[in-house]
Design a protein around this ligand. Structure first.
Ligand SMILES: [Fe+2]
Ligand SMILES: [Fe+2]
Length: 429
């Protein structure tokens, strides 16, 4: 991925050309390369076969600023989808609160300003995979706006969060679509391609929009975690802006809100599983939203203990196996290398945090005294079991990804030892 936008990104260009199947995509001004050679005249339509001409040289200006999409996505389209989501998703209705608060969130969304570059990018998102990406981005935008309103951010900051929420994944339009397919199980090495999207999004917003700096910053932070376990920068605590922490929370809630079974209770548990991942502010807000859910816990949707026990046992075994591998690395000659020692220490520390979370949840009792829990069978404990096991499995995969991203390439022996560790962490059962 190029560090500036004057070199055309091939995936962006491919998507822009694909848009031509349904929209008219044309040059809004003459397009020149860096040497002053005209590549496309104002009004010309972007068409298949133009890739080479536009990619071969650096351009004088980013291509994004010289393209326009006729009848592309407007803020009215965003609002229409936002209202549909509000009608379809009960957790979103609860999150919105009373009618006046719901309207305030929609009004903040209506005030989002989209220039030509943002319209083109959102239209790409709208067109890909049956609007899946677009619906996700609108949903995250709405949740983020609702959280910002509940957190009593100033009017301007709520608007900044609304912009950042709606545009948080815009960097994905610069990635190979093969890595973004729904349900794709990406290996940690493949995931390295996806991990750059917050950074790309931040750069795109900085270079192509007049939005306040905090909007681009929040987009860059939308996968960071307060305890430093996020990506791409491993920022922690005050390194993450309040707006960024709200968008990151909304990103996590977006997936959970799509579930039909107890989404709000799941959301509240997911934010608390590893203490310190999210701010106390958002954890409290989401807890109180979950408590205000009109129907309470729907017990008929909760799976019985027999469904969870094997998964929990596997998780426990996996934790022990990872710790054993870390211990073996720590006493091996490889530990003479500082980067090796640091990497194994980081993995051990994160596993210790996961074990503590497991111990402080109802899951621990289930592993120790299955009969006792079986007799108890309270629905809230069963739901906790399911959410804890699912979320902690994901945290293990996150550790694998973190290792691949930050562990420098080493000699063959070291690489082989860590490849084994990464495989254990990443394996889905
Ligand atoms: Fe997202
Ligand atoms: Fe993202």
């Amino acid at each position: 991925m190029s560090e500036d936008l004057n070199t055309v990104n091939p995936h962006y260009l491919e998507r822009a050309i694909d848009l031509g199947e349904r929209y008219e995509v044309c040059a809004s001004e003459d397009i020149y390369d860096a040497n002053g050679m005209k590549l496309l005249a104002k009004g010309a339509t972007l068409a298949p076969g133009m890739q080479e001409r536009l990619i071969r040289h650096k351009l004088r200006k980013p291509l994004e600023t010289s393209l326009s999409v006729v009848d592309g996505v407007t803020i009215e389209v965003v609002l229409e989808v936002a209202k549909q989501l509000l009608d379809e998703l009960p957790p979103l209705q609860t999150c919105a609160g009373p009618a006046s608060a719901r309207n305030a969130s929609l009004e903040a969304t209506a005030r989002i300003g989209l220039n030509n570059s943002m319209t083109t990018l959102l239209t790409m998102s709208y067109k890909s995979e049956g609007q899946r990406h677009f619906k996700h981005t609108v949903l995250v935008g709405l949740i983020a706006t609702m959280l910002a309103t509940r957190a009593k951010l100033s009017h301007d900051d709520v608007l900044a969060v609304a912009h950042a929420g709606l545009l948080h994944d815009i960097g994905e339009m610069y990635l190979d679509p093969a890595y973004l397919k729904s349900g794709a199980h990406l290996k940690p090495e493949e995931w390295k391609h996806v991990v750059v999207h917050p950074k790309v999004g931040q750069m795109v917003l900085t270079e192509l929009t007049p939005y306040p700096v905090k909007v681009a910053r929040a987009v860059g932070e939308h996968h960071e975690r307060m305890d430093g376990s996020g990506y791409p920068h491993r920022y922690a605590n005050t390194q993450i802006s309040r707006e960024g922490s709200i968008v990151a929370t909304a990103e996590t809630l977006g997936g959970i809100f799509m579930r039909p079974d107890n989404p709000l209770q799941r959301a509240s548990l997911a934010l608390k599983i590893i203490p310190g991942e999210f701010t106390q502010e958002v954890v409290s807000i989401v807890s109180s939203i979950a408590q205000s859910a009109p129907d309470g816990l729907a017990a008929e949707n909760i799976r019985p203990l027999a469904d969870h026990a094997p998964r929990l046992n596997t998780l426990n075994q996996k934790l022990e196996s990872v710790l054993a591998q870390c211990d073996a690395i720590a006493v091996s000659p490889l530990a003479n290398t500082k980067s090796v020692l640091d990497a194994q220490q980081r993995v051990s520390d994160r596993i210790a945090v996961i074990k503590r979370s497991l111990a402080s949840s109802g899951v621990w009792a289930c592993l120790q005294e299955p009969q006792q829990v079986m007799d108890d069978m309270r629905p809230e404990i069963l739901l906790e079991l399911e959410v804890v096991s699912r979320e902690l499995e994901w945290r293990l995969r996150d550790i694998a990804r973190d290792l691949v991203l930050h562990f420098p390439k080493q000699n063959e022996e070291i690489s082989a030892v860590f490849a084994e560790l990464i495989e254990t962490l990443d394996k889905l059962d």
